[in-house]
Design a protein around this ligand. Structure first.
Ligand code: ZN
Length: 214
């Protein structure tokens, strides 16, 4: 497993031309999206003007805008703890929704993230925000897992990071092979969490403790 240099500006979201370094979401043309939903409904043989569908295009457009807008408060906080050295920190049970870019169908991602704290600790709620932000786009689970790990590496300024993700993909459950119980597990580990077997085992034990057996 490899580690890429953390670079949020180069990764999906362009930096604002007026405020260098600040990331801004891509604008979603809600009006155009609503128009396209009207066309989609027509192409599906529906009457977009009937009672139940009349507000659907605007609702769908509004959802897309929300889904694709990263949380602007997602800047990550680090706290200095000089006494801390070598402690494994694992945050699990983070459940986020994303969209499979191959089928535009939802995937639920159960995320556990861990790192070795050495002199500083990351505000715990920030892990959830990092996961949410990378989930809020068209994704594949493998890339999501790497992106979350890369961002945490950047935040802690080190490599001792692991991210485990268990995904439930509607593209497997409600189409194709229709295997409702199928779960996809991905793991991105770098630094000591990749090379130290004991640390790696401890991470996996803690990370998967909350995953119910389906
Ligand atoms: Zn899919």
């Amino acid at each position: 497993m490899t580690h890429a240099v953390f670079s949020p500006a180069a990764d999906h979201i362009p930096a604002s031309p007026t405020r260098p370094g600040r990331v801004v979401p891509e604008p979603v043309d809600a009006e155009r999206v609503a128009d396209l939903v009207v066309q989609l409904l027509s192409a599906l043989g529906e009457d977009p003007g009937r009672e139940g569908l009349v507000d659907t295009p605007a609702r769908v457009a509004s959802w897309w805008r929300t889904f694709l807008s990263p949380d602007p408060s997602a800047a990550t906080t680090c706290f200095t703890e000089t006494q801390l050295s070598g402690q494994l920190v694992v945050v699990g049970g983070m459940s986020v929704w994303s969209l499979c870019e191959h089928h535009l169908l939802p995937m639920n991602l159960d995320v556990a993230a861990g790192y070795v704290a050495d002199g500083n600790v990351v505000g715990l709620s920030k892990f959830g925000r990092i996961a949410q932000r990378h989930a809020g786009r068209l994704q594949v689970q493998e890339r999501f897992t790497r992106q979350v790990a890369d961002e945490i590496c950047g935040v802690i300024g080190g490599q001792d990071v692991a991210v485990a993700v268990r995904g439930t993909h509607l593209c497997m459950s409600m189409r194709g092979v229709r295997m409702e119980a199928a779960r996809t597990t991905t793991l991105q580990a770098t630094g000591r969490l990749q090379t130290d077997p004991a640390l790696s085992r401890q991470f996996l034990t803690l990370a998967t403790a909350q995953w119910r057996v389906a």
